[in-house]
Design a protein around this ligand. Structure first.
Ligand SMILES: *[C@@H]1O[C@H](CO)[C@@H](O)[C@H](O)[C@H]1NC(C)=O
Length: 387
């Protein structure tokens, strides 16, 4: 019997040997169709989705960026506290410069001429009193405005409250004016300068594109359809781009996001790599929830009055903070991801055999004949008895 004795027999025989799997071909319309169908789906996925849509032949990098902003505009207010007053950039942008962000004051409550003296505390359950014994001297109410002097004094005709040592007169807690004081802020403009870099590909670009000249920059305003390249935005357009109303938002303030997306295919001309701007409101404006809406903070301007007493103007400022967020991904042809994706595609084709085998051996009416052809059994005991 000429039998394979394995590699123990002779080293020479073992070397000049080639092993190849035996292939069973099933000529069946049904199985053939299923096989080609699954192959077609996998090939379509690899070529169409992985290569064309997701550009699987490219290496990718994410963006590094820097943002600077400059707001321009003038507002006019006419209030009983301040009279006629002009507001320019130095008045309403607080602080003058920030990281990827800027704040524009849109509404305010002013408490002028505060000095360090004594005055009745603002009425609240803890500050109401009927006699001096209700007010502990030296007590500091952390939610109040000052240190108690130990006296119970008249706040209004009907109410008495504890007297405090504080910046007096105290601010009266009230709703911000409506319409907002700086309603003109809707027409302010902001120039956003954004430099980006894709370090892996040593690629730099900025959002003031090469074709923009100085004259265009002095008079353009961003508009998604007519001027998509202009880096100057009207604040009203930003807020309306997020489907919000500027004058309503300006009353209590809020936070807006300006998103700049740089998605670049660096295999294409670099002039195709341009920023896309989108806007959205970041603080949640829930109509159901009217507790503590918007965005506000307090600040003061200090000066010495004529008789050398330190005096301040307290401002509770409401406004909109604009956060500029830059993100994006660049891709460029590279051999390694390409080969990786080809490998993954070929491995997926191996799935076809598994699925077809399963169908043939489980669902076909002639599955038992197929099984006989597909599997050959070698039984150790039979072999022993033959010998
Ligand atoms: C903003 O400008 C437009 C057009 O110049 C003007 O009609 C509008 O009244 C201005 N808004 C405010 C609040 O002044």
């Amino acid at each position: 019997m000429a039998q394979d004795k394995g590699c123990g027999a002779s080293l020479c025989q073992c070397f000049f040997e080639y092993e190849t799997p035996k292939i069973l071909k099933i000529r069946s319309r049904k199985v053939g169709t299923v096989n080609r169908l699954i192959q077609a789906v996998i090939i379509a996925y690899v070529i169409g989705y992985v290569y064309v849509l997701k550009r699987g032949y490219q290496d990718t990098d994410s963006v590094l960026s820097s943002v600077t902003t400059k707001v321009k505009g003038i507002a006019l207010t006419n209030s009983s506290d301040l009279g006629l007053r002009i507001w320019d950039v130095a008045d309403y942008v607080i602080p003058p410069q920030e990281d990827s962000s800027f704040f524009v004051l849109t509404n305010l409550i002013i408490t002028p001429n505060q000095t360090q003296t004594r005055c009745p505390e603002v009425p609240s359950p803890s500050s109401l009193c009927t006699s001096d014994s209700d007010c502990t001297k030296g007590f500091k109410d952390m939610r109040g405005n000052g240190v108690r002097t130990g006296k119970c004094v008249k706040y209004s005709d009907t109410i008495k409250t504890c007297e405090v040592l504080a910046w007096c007169p105290l601010e009266i807690d009230r709703e911000p004016p409506e319409p907002p004081m700086l309603a003109d802020a809707e027409n302010f403009t902001v120039l956003i300068k954004n430099n980006i870099r894709y370090p892996k590909f040593n690629f730099n670009k900025r959002n003031i594109l090469p074709h923009i000249n100085k004259t265009y920059l002095t008079q353009c305003i961003y508009n998604a359809t007519t001027d998509p390249d202009c880096p100057i935005f009207k604040l009203k357009d930003i807020v309306e781009g997020a489907k919000e109303d500027f004058q309503t938002m300006a009353v209590h303030g809020g936070v807006m996001g300006i998103q700049i997306r740089w998605d670049c295919d660096l295999d294409m001309p670099t002039s195709w790599c341009v920023p896309k701007y989108t806007f959205r409101r970041l603080d949640n404006k829930d109509p159901e929830n009217t507790v503590a809406p918007g965005y506000n903070f307090r600040f003061a301007k200090y000066y010495k009055s004529g008789d050398d007493v330190e005096t301040r103007t307290l401002i509770k400022g409401f406004g909109i903070r604009f956060d500029v967020m830059v993100f994006g991904k660049a891709g460029k042809f590279s051999i390694v991801p390409m080969l990786l994706n080809i490998g993954a595609g070929l491995a997926l084709l191996g799935l076809v055999t598994v699925v077809c085998d399963w169908i043939v051996l489980t669902f076909m009416t002639k599955r038992n004949q197929y099984k006989v052809e597909k599997f050959s059994y070698v039984d150790e005991f039979k072999l022993l008895s033959q010998e």
